[in-house]
Structure formats: C-alpha cells, structure tokens
Design a protein around this ligand. Structure first.
Ligand SMILES: Cc1cc2nc3c(=O)[nH]c(=O)nc-3n(C[C@H](O)[C@H](O)[C@H](O)COP(=O)(O)OP(=O)(O)OC[C@H]3O[C@@H](n4cnc5c(N)ncnc54)[C@H](O)[C@@H]3O)c2cc1C
Length: 338
C-alpha cells in the first residue's frame, strides 16, 4: 500500500487537506487543472469556520490579515430591507490571494502541487477527489468582478433581485468583490462586467448597477461559471470526495469556503489512519462520507429550503414585510446554515 495521498483539485478543500496532511507528516501531491494565481467566481467572504479548524489544517496564518467584516445590509431591488451585525466577523480575502497562499503553504510544508494537471475521475486507492462542482446542465450562472473606488454601505451587502442575488464584500487593497448568482437568461449578451451589469438591471438592481458604473472595474478579475446545480453532487461508487465535489451549499449562506475547510478536517483522521496502515481504503472512504454527511446534513437541508424562498417573488415579499416589522430572525436563520 502506498502511503502517499493524491488530491485532484487545488481549490480550498484540496489545498487545505494537503496542508493538514503535511502537518501530520503524510506525503501528498495535489494535481490542479489550472494554475495560480487566478480569480474565481466566489463571494470571497468566509463565515462560520472556527480557528481550531484552521489551526488543525496549518493554515490559520494564511488568513491572519483577512479583513474583518461585521456589518451587513440586505437590499431588495434598491430598497434596504435589513441592517444588522454578524455574531462573528466574517473574513474578507480574495481567492486570487488565498489560493496562491495555500499552494505556497503546501509546498513550504513539503507537499507537491502540480499545476495544469487535469485528473480523470476514477476510484483509486489514495486518491481524494476535491475538484469542485460536478459539471452538468444547470440553470445558474455565477459572475464576479473586483471594483476599486466603491463606497460600501456596510462591510457586506446582499442585493436580492427578481433573477437571483448579488453579494458585495470588501477584500484586500481597497477592492470590493461583487459576485452574483443568477438564473441563466439567454437574452443577456454582454461581455465581462457588462454581462454583470445586464443581469443586475434585469433583476431590478439598477441602483447597484449604477454604483458599479461609477467605480472602476478590474477587467482581469471578471470571471463566470455556469453548468452546475446546488446540493449533493453525483459521487461515484467508492470514490473519496470532499468539498463542492461532494455537496455545494447555495452561495447566499457564505458558507461554502468554510465547508471546504471543514471537509478537509473531517477527512484528516481517516486518511491518517489509512496512511499508517490502521484502516483499509474502503473503510477510510466510508468514514469520510459518513463524517461529511453528519457534519453538513442539517445546514444543507436548511439552505436548500431557504434558497428557493429568496428566488420566488412571494418569498421575497414575505422576507421584506417581516424585515420591515423588525421581526426577521436573522441570527437563528444564520445558525441553521452554519
Ligand atoms: C456565485 C458563487 C458565490 C459564492 N460565494 C461564496 C462566499 O461568499 N463564501 C463562501 O464561503 N463560499 C462561496 N461560494 C462557494 C465556494 O466558492 C466553494 O464552496 C468553494 O470554492 C469550494 O471549494 P472546493 O475546493 O471544493 O472547490 P473549488 O474551489 O471549486 O476548487 C476545485 C479545484 O479543482 C480544480 N479542478 C477541476 N477539475 C479538475 C480535474 N479534473 N483535475 C484536477 N483539478 C481539477 C479546479 O480548477 C479548482 O481549482 C460561492 C460559490 C458561487 C458559485
């Protein structure tokens, strides 16, 4: 039996697992289809991960200078519907910076990271599949870009629209990350940030689109993703899978990155026992699956239930009127998706 773990996918789940394995002296190679640094479609705020998880993975220092984001505002088509403060500050850091840092951390710890190396999805002893969302026909498009010179109304802004939602989060160097999830609309023909502008206006978020027009976009940072569905992903028989490749929580929760770290944490123990010969590979895979199921089941069900409410006009009406009466149970709802 080889004692070397191979990880397919150098996103947050794959790289943080690699760092955690190196911390325990276990040999690891990460194969990443792309290269670093690169922008990714992501809201870029991390919420709900405990310091102990980051310490256990050996990556806490890589997040030490992330911005502390506490205040938040929700808008619906330009109108303020909720203002509040997060119980625990979220962390604002770009994926451009974070993924590169984690890759460097893994290498510094003695792991190997092979860039531009696309792996084939197949069951193999020692292989952990952390390659993100499973491509399939889907009804969503995710768009993101960084803007300079934007004045924020709160550390985090969430803008609900008729076709989806967009989140704004401050990240490093005075940048604001704007990231939206929208129902695919083939009539939107713009390119780059014009496409984001088109989707925002089509959803009734012209006020936000006008604010973005007054700021300066970093055109290089624009990216888009389509062809995915949220929730549990298709996991092949006997394959060891973590992160978005296993299940994707709807982005409004701002919890997917934390789940990537937590999934790596869940996988560490079984992989450590497998690498020392104390557990067969099939048992290791089964333990990881069960660990992920137990850790994430409740929040996935809660998020999958809330997500359609945000996307239905009637649902948004209810949220707006409850919020107007000052009765939006924001903290209890947040705790359900953590
Ligand atoms: C619109 C949107 C907004 C979001 N906003 C937030 C937010 O604000 N906060 C938050 O916490 N989460 C957010 N998320 C979720 C978050 O981005 C993901 O949950 C997180 O990136 C999952 O990490 P991962 O490592 O599993 O997957 P990824 O980060 O997707 O990494 C997978 C990696 O695998 C590589 N890869 C793919 N195929 C192969 C292959 N065959 N071989 C080798 N490598 C491969 C990819 O290039 C990629 O680098 C958002 C997601 C979307 C879509």
């Amino acid at each position: 039996m080889s004692d070397l773990v191979t990880i397919a996918g150098g996103g947050l789940a794959g790289l943080s697992l690699a760092a955690g394995l190196r911390l325990r002296g276990i040999g690891v190679t990460v194969h990443e289809a792309g290269s670093y640094p690169r922008h990714r479609v992501c809201g870029e705020f991390i919420s709900g991960v405990e310091r102990a998880t980051l310490d256990g993975l050996g990556i806490a220092q890589d997040l030490a200078d992330a911005l502390e984001l506490k205040s938040l505002m929700w808008f619906r088509e330009g109108r303020t519907i909720h203002e509040g403060v997060l119980p625990e500050a979220a962390m604002g850091i770009s994926r451009y910076r974070l993924d590169r840092r984690l890759k460097e951390r893994v290498v510094e710890m003695g792991g190997m990271v092979v860039e531009r190396s696309r792996q084939v999805r197949e069951k193999s002893e020692g292989l952990v599949w952390a390659a993100g969302r499973v491509p399939r026909r889907g009804s969503w498009v995710g768009l993101k870009a960084h803007f300079h010179g934007m004045s924020m109304k709160a550390d985090l802004e969430m803008h609900l629209g008729a076709n989806g939602y967009a989140g704004l989060a401050q990240v490093e160097e005075g940048r604001v990350n704007v990231c939206g999830l929208f129902r695919v609309d083939r009539s939107q023909a713009g390119r780059g940030s014009d496409l984001l502008d088109g989707y925002l206006r089509a959803g009734g978020n012209g006020v936000l689109a006008d604010r973005l027009r007054e700021a300066t976009v970093d055109a290089e940072s624009f990216c888009a993703v389509a062809g995915f569905e949220m929730g549990r992903q298709e996991v092949g028989e006997g394959l060891c899978v973590i992160g978005d490749a296993e299940s994707m929580i709807p982005p409004f929760t701002g919890n997917g990155m934390s789940m990537a770290f937590q999934a790596a944490e869940v996988a560490l123990g079984p992989l450590e026992r497998w690498s020392s010969g104390g557990l067969a590979w099939d048992g290791c895979v089964a333990e990881i699956r069960e660990g992920l199921r137990r850790r994430f089941r409740r929040r996935l069900v809660a998020a999958q239930t809330m997500h359609p409410v945000l996307l239905r006009r009637g649902g948004r009406d209810v949220i707006e009127s409850i919020a107007a009466a000052g009765l939006l149970p924001f903290r209890p709802l947040l705790s359900l998706v953590r």
